[in-house]
Design a protein around this ligand. Structure first.
Ligand SMILES: Nc1ncnc2c1ncn2[C@@H]1O[C@H](COP(=O)(O)OP(=O)(O)OP(=O)(O)O)[C@@H](O)[C@H]1O
Ligand SMILES: [Mg+2]
Length: 398
């Protein structure tokens, strides 16, 4: 910009004096050739006293040999620049030293730039402190949350334990009640027999009643034993369609006698499941018999299977019987809950079915409308289709 009005020496000096960066130019002999206003303030020197004097005058005597070393390095190594943060009189200065060369790359000297970065540095320090405090607080809170979580875990375990104990207590109380009733009956029968052993007619009647009571206890014990054996499931690949067909053909006589029409809808591409056929049979026998009991004057029983997706198969057992009153819906899976006449139900059927299905990784649910009918849905995890395919092995003929 040769014709620019700002290009003259005065303007350039005015520009450099207006900057808040200290500028000192030192020639190849380490003599100061230029000092701007900000550099005068920072270095506490006067331009008219410093220009023409050695740069060493700007530093304390102790620093002289280090300053000379730095300047010598500038002269020897091309293109180096140096950056240093200096703290002096409680202020921080960012000092940059840049080599100045002419067009032929001849070393002319070094320009020293100094900028007051105290505010920036203070902010950084504040930020650092704030970060440390924050980190500390986060650590403290994390610890508090961890402690609270651990306490909650312990409390939850205690709760689960006490719920388990309560459930066991409830179960045992129910069991004692279920066994005591027929035992009482049997005792009364035996007392009556013993009081008049010669009365053969009475002895026969009471013996039959006592046998009924024993039968009830026997059924109860059998069901409980099957539950106790639950941990030893023997799982194989099971075709639920086949199990349902078997159950319905075995119960068809009873169902037809009760004027119940059976409607079977089996999915033709139902995946196999991995399960214990014996326990699964018990689940569906109970659902079918419950449906049958709910239709004392006949009705329609529908058994359907679906392969909705590859993950689960779905089985529905639907009746149009008396339905389950709303107030019972929450209890039907409880042990010993039954609405059936004495000796007709132990109230363990759905309780056990629920456990068996759960042990297979499945779910059982119910929908019912009082007076209209009931629909039970069982979901069981399917074996993925590709695993069902028969493996073809290649034989190399020699
Ligand atoms: N399909 C249904 N329709 C109406 N009520 C039902 C149906 N299924 C179950 N219930 C109700 O749920 C109760 C509990 O059923 P659950 O199978 O557990 O026991 P239960 O059939 O009474 O006795 P058991 O131990 O012999 O099975 C039944 O007594 C009945 O009141
Ligand atoms: Mg039942």
């Amino acid at each position: 910009m040769p014709n620019s009005p700002f290009c003259d020496k005065k303007s350039l000096i005015a520009i450099m004096d207006s900057l808040d960066v200290g500028i000192i130019f030192v020639n190849e002999n380490n003599d100061i050739l230029f000092v701007n206003k900000t550099a005068e303030e920072i270095r506490r020197i006067k331009s008219e006293e410093s220009v023409g004097k050695s740069i060493l005058n700007c530093h304390g005597g102790k620093m002289n040999h280090r300053v000379l070393e730095v300047m010598d390095n500038f002269k020897k190594d091309n293109n180096i620049s140096r950056h240093k943060l200096i703290k002096t009189r409680g202020k921080y200065f960012d000092n940059i030293y840049n080599v100045v060369k002419d067009e032929q790359s001849k070393y002319l000297g070094v320009v020293l730039l100094s900028q007051d970065v105290t505010e920036k540095k203070m902010l950084e320090e504040k930020l650092q402190k704030y970060n440390e405090e924050l980190e500390h607080k986060v650590k403290e809170r994390t610890k508090e949350i961890e402690d609270a979580y651990n306490k909650l875990k312990v409390a939850q375990q205690q709760l689960v334990q006490s719920e388990k104990m309560a459930a066991i207590g409830q179960f045992v109380a129910g069991l004692a009640h279920e066994i005591n009733n027929p035992l009482d009956g049997i005792q009364n029968c035996l007392r009556a027999i013993l009081s008049e052993p010669q009365n053969l007619e009475q002895t026969k009647n009471y013996s039959e009643l006592a046998l009924d009571g024993l039968y009830k206890i026997e059924i109860l014990v059998k069901k409980l034993l099957s539950y106790a054996r639950l941990h030893a499931l023997e799982k194989t690949e099971v075709d639920i369609n086949l199990i349902l067909k078997d159950i319905l053909s075995l119960t068809s006589f009873k169902l037809k006698n009760k004027k119940i029409i059976i409607n079977e809808e089996y999915s033709s591409d139902l995946p196999l499941i991995y399960g214990d056929a014996h326990f699964l049979e018990q689940v569906f026998v109970n659902l079918v018999l419950n449906a049958c009991d709910a239709m004392p004057n006949g009705g329609q029983l529908t058994v359907k299977t679906f392969s909705n997706n590859n993950d689960f198969i779905e089985i529905k057992v639907i009746d149009n019987g008396e339905g389950i009153p709303n107030e019972h819906l929450n209890n039907i899976f409880d042990p010993f809950f039954t609405t059936k006449q004495k000796n007709n139900g132990t109230g363990l059927g759905l309780y056990l079915s629920y456990s068996f299905v759960e042990q297979h990784g499945g779910k059982i649910s119910v929908k019912s409308k009082n007076g209209m009918g009931t629909e039970f849905t069982v979901l069981l995890p399917a074996i993925p289709i590709k695993e069902n395919k028969i493996e073809v092995t290649e034989h190399v003929l020699s």
